[in-house]
Every structure is written in C-alpha cells, then in structure tokens.
Design a protein. Structure first.
Length: 442
C-alpha cells in the first residue's frame, strides 16, 4: 500500500478511482497524474500485493513491448478498432516512457523488447515509484464488489458509489475499470471485473484461456518425448479439411502435451474452433522448408532414393535428409513409426510399400496432434473474449453505456500473441483513457 499524507476526503471521494493496479491501471494512473497533477487519484486492488503479472511476465524478464506492433498481432476485435488504439500510443512513446522512469529497453532478435536488466521486478518498481512520486494512492486488499452510478449529479460531484468486500465505500467522479481477465486467478484477476461491468450495462463475449499450453489424453505416445523442441508450422483445420489458422514457431513436447510459442499462440484459435467443431484438428509439419516439399516431390524423392540406396534404413534416410533441424529427431521418428505409422523404422528403402510410403509422407507434412484440452486459467497468460470494443468509445476508452466509466487492458475483448503485444495493448488503452479523463475533469 502507498500511504500519502492527503486529506481523508481525497481518499474516499477521489476525482479518479482506478480499479485494478495491474499494468493497465498503474499506467493509466501515472499518465492521468502527469497530465493533470491537480486530480486526486486512488487505485484499489483486491490482491495483497500488486503487479504479480508484471513480475511473472516474460519468464520474470517482462517482455514490455515489441519493436513492431500491428492489428495482425491481435485477435478478438476488428483490425480497424485495434489499429485505432495502437495508433494512439506508439512503440516509440512506450520506449520513451520507460526510459524516463529509468527502464531502458533492449530489442531481441525476435523483435521482443525487454528491460536491459532482464528484471521484471525493476519494471514494477519503476512504475510504483512513479506512482508514489506523483502522489497516487494505492490500497491493496480492497476487492471492489459493487459500483452504483449516482444519477443526476452535477459534473463536479461524485458520480458513483463504490463498495469493497471489506465494506469500505468510495464516491469517485470517474472510474477506470482495469481488472484484467481470468488468467492466473491467484494474481487477483479472477474475472470479478466482468460482473462489475455487466452490472453497468456491458455484455461479455465468451471467455476462454489464451496463450495456454495444450494437453494430450493421458498416456499419449508423444508425452514420453517431454523436453524435445523443434521449429514447426502448426495447422489448425476444420473437420471439413479447411485450414482455419497456421502458425510457425518453436514447439515444445511436454509430459502433458504441447507448449512453446507455437502451441501457446495457436491455443486461442484451437479452443475457439473446437467449441463449434469438436473434430477440428491440429497438425505439425516435421519438415522445415515445407514450401519446397509438396507431397508429390517427396514421393518422387523417396522413389529415387529407394533405387539409389535400396538397403538404407528408412529411419536413417528420413532423419538425415529431412529432419536434421530437429534435435533428437531419431527418437521422435522411432516413436512416430511405432505408435502412429506402425512401420518398422529399419525397413530398407526398397522394401517400403506404396501405402506406407504415402502415409509416411502425409505424416512428415502434417503429424496429427491429438490435442484434447488445455491447461486452463492457472496456466493461461491471457484471456480471449471480454467486453466488446463496440461498447467502448475508442477515443477515450469510455463506456457507451455508463457515463464517466472507462475500461482498459485485458478486460476488453482483445488478446495478443506472444511477444509483448498484450502489455502494449494495456499501455495504449491506459494512455487513451488518461488523456481523455485529464481533459474532461478539472
Ligand atoms: C505468466 C504470464 C506471463 C506473461 N508474460 C507477458 C509478457 O512477457 N508480455 C506481455 O505483453 N504480456 C504478458 N502476459 C500478459 C499480461 O501480463 C497481461 O495481458 C497484462 O498484465 C494485463 O494487464 P491488466 O492491467 O489489464 O490486467 P492484470 O494485470 O490482470 O491486472 C488486473 C488487476 O486488477 C485486480 N482486480 C481484479 N478484480 C478486482 C476487483 N474486483 N477489485 C479490485 N481489484 C481487482 C487484480 O488483482 C489485478 O491486480 C503474461 C501473463 C502471464 C499470466
């Protein structure tokens, strides 16, 4: 808790009450205070300690943003809506802001940007120090349970009555709802913000875990290869065979199923697809330069190889010529041969039947991954779904249903892929709300 020597009325009747001291809430508080230092700003958070998600983010290094951000990096809302938000607070502004509060960012080869110290703790401390410098009060252990609009009040007087579970009452003029989604509920983001928003006239689209590891049925043969990781293209197809989504990145096999950027990034699409089409399928290409290898070209190559080296063992030929980019590929291939293809890996090339050759090629191009579930909210990095952007005025992040209410960050129906995109969405929406509020109240 940040204690500031302020009159008690500024705490109970703040100009701006921010609910949620996560990335979005802290950023909005700082910018509101910087633009209009006369405003009393109070942040309430249900958690004992704020900023848990910042601390655990990016493997405790906090992937603050990405060097290039575009609407294509997000799902949920329309590209046009997301573009309006991203344009209002750019990457350059993000980098400059963090530099000002003592956090220099460095760019990694993937485009991800981290603090030069590789410390998420430094990022959180810098944000909290800036809040403290600006006189922003943060009350922890204050879970908001209700927000009641006070109708027909003059603009200079309180517009809401807010109650917390510990029976405190606040009467702010403006509210920013920055309560996040449902991912990592132990951090305090337990979805209770959605109930608050619904009571104020908002709808919530279906919410599902996103950026979440995917699971196989117990005992699936690939779980025995836990730790094996390789670059692949994952393809999500409808039961009709139509491609729904493709994503190329590194895939990690684990004791429960699939993790790594490829699985995490495609998870929200897989979960959405299987809700409507339970037979939607996920496959992984095992061949790296897939675009140079069609089914036909691979078949020709295998027929030619059988003539040239008839006694070569199938597994040696495939690992050497096609899977050199996969460390541990012979283990992977042995497992696939025995559990999926039912082919003896030591079959001499010349003795490979036509049917076996064809099923092998199909598998190399698209190994079926029998994903049956996901690891749920405790392992999800973000939430897919939330409050639709159609209910928000994107110039101010204000509610179209309740005057003087603003909604920012992960509570909204937008989720980004891995790479700093979710924090950038939090920074951008927070900045828009801060600017609008600072301009509208005095
Ligand atoms: C393990 C992990 C790693 C991640 N790594 C990255 C990364 O490197 N880069 C990236 O861009 N994104 C990352 N993310 C995603 C990113 O952390 C979130 O998208 C971002 O923190 C959302 O910010 P927010 O402020 O909207 O919500 P949150 O950070 O969820 O904050 C919401 C706050 O509201 C409080 N709250 C909720 N309900 C109430 C209530 N009723 N009353 C009072 N307070 C309430 C919560 O306690 C919480 O403090 C990661 C997420 C996880 C879980």
């Amino acid at each position: 808790m940040t204690h500031i020597n302020k009159p008690i009325s500024s705490l109970t009747s703040p100009d701006v009450l921010i609910i949620g001291a996560g990335a979005a809430g802290l950023f909005a508080a700082i910018h509101t205070a910087r633009i209009n230092p006369n405003l009393n700003i109070l942040i309430l958070d249900s958690a004992k300690q704020v900023g848990t998600k910042i601390l655990v983010s990016g493997g405790s290094r906090c992937n603050v943003t990405h060097h290039k951000v575009s609407p294509k990096d997000y799902a949920g809302a329309s590209k046009n809506q997301i573009n309006k938000i991203l344009k209002s607070y750019t990457i350059k502004q993000t980098i400059n802001f963090f530099e000002q509060i003592g956090i220099s960012l460095k760019q990694e080869p993937t485009g991800k940007m981290f603090p030069t110290t590789d410390s998420a703790r430094d990022v959180l401390n810098a944000l909290l120090s800036e809040c403290s410098r600006l006189g922003i009060t943060i009350l922890t252990n204050h879970k908001v349970s209700s927000i009641q609009p006070l109708h027909s009040r003059p603009p200079s007087s309180p517009q809401f009555e807010v109650r917390t579970e510990n029976t405190h009452q606040f009467t702010p003029r403006t509210i920013i709802l920055a309560t996040g989604g449902r991912s990592l509920p132990k951090s305090g983001s337990d979805g209770s913000g959605y109930t608050l928003a619904q009571a104020l006239g908002h709808t919530i689209t279906n919410t599902t875990p996103a950026l979440v590891p995917l699971t196989f049925p117990k005992g699936h043969y690939l779980t025995s290869l836990s730790g094996l990781s390789f670059d692949t293209t994952l393809t999500l197809s409808a039961s009709t065979g139509k491609t729904i989504h493709q994503h190329s990145a590194s895939l990690l096999l684990t004791h429960f199923g699939l993790s790594g950027p490829a699985a995490m990034d495609i998870s929200r699409h897989f979960i959405a697809a299987t809700q409507n089409d339970p037979h939607a399928k996920l496959t992984a290409s095992l061949i790296s330069d897939q675009s140079n290898h069609s089914f036909e070209s691979l078949e020709q190559q295998l027929i030619a190889a059988a003539k040239q080296s008839p006694t070569s063992h199938l597994i040696n030929h495939i690992t050497k010529n096609y899977l050199a980019h996969i460390p541990g590929s012979s283990k992977l291939l042995t497992a696939i041969f025995s559990h999926h293809l039912n082919i003896d890996p030591t079959t001499p090339l010349a003795q490979l039947s036509r049917d076996h050759r064809r099923s092998l090629i199909h598998t190399l191009l698209a190994l079926p991954l029998n994903v049956t579930g996901n690891r749920g909210w405790n392992y999800a990095e973000v939430t897919a779904g939330g409050i639709p952007l159609t209910e928000i005025n994107l110039k101010s992040m204000s509610s179209r249903h309740t005057p003087n209410l603003h909604l920012i960050g992960e509570i909204l129906n937008v989720d980004g892929r891995i790479g700093g995109f979710n924090f950038q969405f939090a920074w951008s929406t927070a900045y828009i709300a801060a600017q609008a509020i600072s301009a509208s109240i005095d």
